[in-house]
Design a protein around this ligand. Sequence first.
Ligand SMILES: Cc1ncc(C[n+]2csc(CCOP(=O)(O)OP(=O)(O)O)c2C)c(N)n1
Length: 649
Amino acid sequence: MANAIRALSMDAVEKAKSGHPGMPMGMADVATVLFTKFLKFDPHDPAWPDRDRFVLSAGHGSMLLYSLLHLTGYPEMTLEELKRFRQLGSRTAGHPEYGHAPGIETTTGPLGQGLANAVGMAIAERSLNARFGDALVDHRTYVIAGDGCLMEGISHEAISLAGHLKLRKLIVLWDDNSVSIDGPTALAVSDDQLERFEAAGWNVAAADGHDTDAVAAAFDLAHKSSRPSFIACRTTIAFGAPTKAGTAAAHGAPLGAAEIEGARKRLGWPYPPFEVPETTRARWRATGGRGAEASRAWRERLAQAPAELRHEFERRQSGELLAGWRGALTEVKAKFATEAPKIATRQASGTVLDALTSVIPELIGGSADLTGSNNTKAKSQALLTPKHYGGGYIHYGVREHGMAAAMNGLALHGGVVPYGGSFLIFTDYCRNAIRLSALMGVRVIYVMTHDSIGLGEDGPTHQPIEQLAALRAVPGLHVFRPADPVETAECWELALAAPKTPSIIALTRQGVPTLRRDTNENRSARGGYVLAEAEGERRVTLIGTGSEVAVAMAARDLLKAKGVPAAVVSLPCWELFDAEDATYRATVLGTAPRVAVEAASPFGWERYVGEAGAVVGMTRFGASAPAEDLFRHFEITAEKVVEAALRSI
Ligand SMILES: Cc1ncc(C[n+]2csc(CCOP(=O)(O)OP(=O)(O)O)c2C)c(N)n1
């Protein structure tokens, strides 16, 4: 059965003239043990919520996954698809892509991400188990990780968090083949991985990855552990290849006709390319059929569960929020508008969360050790800990990248809605995970506070300059920068209402005035709108986001005193604004000259202000000083906006 994986993998890579045959051939035995004996799955019910999750973190070995999905009978993973490996429009992309075919649980390829996603999946499982019980939620998360995954920094964050949270249903299978691209791993790494995982609180074991009994015994032990488990599977990369086995040459290139012929001989696999004999196919199909009874029994348990529990479970799985959740926001918005507080938008966000957590019980919040700064913990939230997985708040520790990737896993698992906080500057520390949220289209909400020089004394290391531009460049990511408490509530509403889009909510540390007094309509929903129309014929349009909308409003007053009618446009979300029709955008932006103001890199603002317009922004790094001094020093002031406006009209 393992040889079927090996043959399909080398054949597909050969046909595509590109790909990674070594890893699938090396891990074929381990994967066969996992799928034939342990993994709970049903190819005909691939979205079965209580299935085990299988994550191929070493995504370059994608043919391992595709072969398994094909052989076990996932209807979409046909032999044709294997033959179209790495071709445009196929389900068999170079690296596994979430959504391309059932059975692909996450997009992997950037090494280490899958491992960290799996931590999130395992957290989601424990969380839902605490809420819905063993009858409905009781599954494992398996990961195959390679040397590369374990060398990546993110693996440290992931395994440390998993050990701390005692995620006993997480099992990592390490493809311990001592080879990566440059050659033997000894060139670059000397870690004792078993000791490393043990130090992080894991149960560890080692097995010969080609001895199926030994691998199975390690699984049995792992299932009994009260900790997450790490199984080092000693393997030979490209097992079976006569000259390339055990060498880096087999990592990422087709083996070539002669080597493949030699491998077929060695493995005792005399069949032509892409052919799997019926007896072997039948055994794999039987493996695929193993889970049907379990999934049927599970559906029966769900059907027999108390109606309220069942409906809640089904609602959460669908990703739909409880009817009426927006009502909680309506009240908060109305209160903001009436009381018109001058508060930081991070504080407004905290108030919003206090209102949301009771109406959206599936929210799982957290912060990378900045809870008090990010205002991410709602008053009612209990901590999610090994003793209480039912809690709704995670102290992720100083692990931004691990947090972001875990949130992807939480969202992918389903049944929960993750949000997590850090400083906006540290989006750079978790950028790849943010990018993958967007690539996969999952609802992950990043609460990123301290969004400009307005954070003050912490200085230029902490003051974002280019981060907004960089995040706005990510396709499919909504970057919100609300101007005041009302917009903050509106942006939260928009982030939650987009089940397939990740959001960044960039929030201030410093207080901002409440500018909006109308709350009937979510005006942020169109991305940008006229906050204050010019009194008289518009001579200039001032555009701002976040805390600089108040700067634009002050500039508008100064211009008015000079007899220059100016409009102020708040632009909290470029992506939503760009999605509006041209007429709306033209009406908002107007035909008068435009001046943008944002305490960040001007990069990208040309598109709104045009050649003739001006941008008041940051063209260098910030400095350490009180916020008001910095705005003056860097000339992000109403007076400078007025000067720019007068120059441009
Ligand atoms: C973050 C990241 N960096 C670099 C790469 C490029 N890359 C792909 S596979 C690989 C080597 C991985 O070695 P290992 O995990 O031992 O895989 P094996 O050689 O056993 O297939 C590298 C550097 C990547 N995919 N992701």
